[in-house]
Each structure stands twice: as C-alpha cells, then as structure tokens.
Design a protein around this ligand. Sequence first.
Ligand SMILES: [Zn+2]
Length: 91
Amino acid sequence: MRLPNANCPRCGGAMSCHSVSYFNTQDVCCDCKTEERQFPNYQKALDAETAQVQAGNLAYQGIGLAEEDRVMMRQLIAVRKGSDDAQAHRR
Ligand SMILES: [Zn+2]
C-alpha cells in the first residue's frame, strides 16, 4: 500500500482531500481532481477507465496525460493560485 504524498504532485497543495487521477495513477488533491474534468481528454480517460474496470482490469494505469492535458492543467493551477504568470505570458 502506498502512503499518500504530503503535497499534491501537480499543484503542491495540501492533500487533506485527495483522490486518484482518472488519467494516471497519481494521487492528487481534490482541486486537481475536479479540474481534470476540464482537460481535453477527460471523457476519453473516463471511458477507458470504465471499460477497463468493467473488463476486470483493476490495475489499469490510465491513458496518461497528453500534452494538451498538461497545458490545460498548468493553466488551471495558475488561475487557481492567482498567479500572475498566466497573464504575464499571455500573447
Ligand atoms: Zn493539486
């Protein structure tokens, strides 16, 4: 059994509330988990997860995060943290 991280591997936030990602086996905070719903491949990840679980494959690793999912993840985290970075880099 794996112990949860002290901090979220994605945003570095507190893990007082955490859950496993639909995209991979990362244990992430609930904010990051909620934000996954806005990732471009969320529905694909959900469908793949559901299909694998129904097939009895409980060790499924997830579809992984595509580049466009990572881009969206970074943007959402930046907005949530109120960082000026997202604005500074806006073209
Ligand atoms: Zn997080």
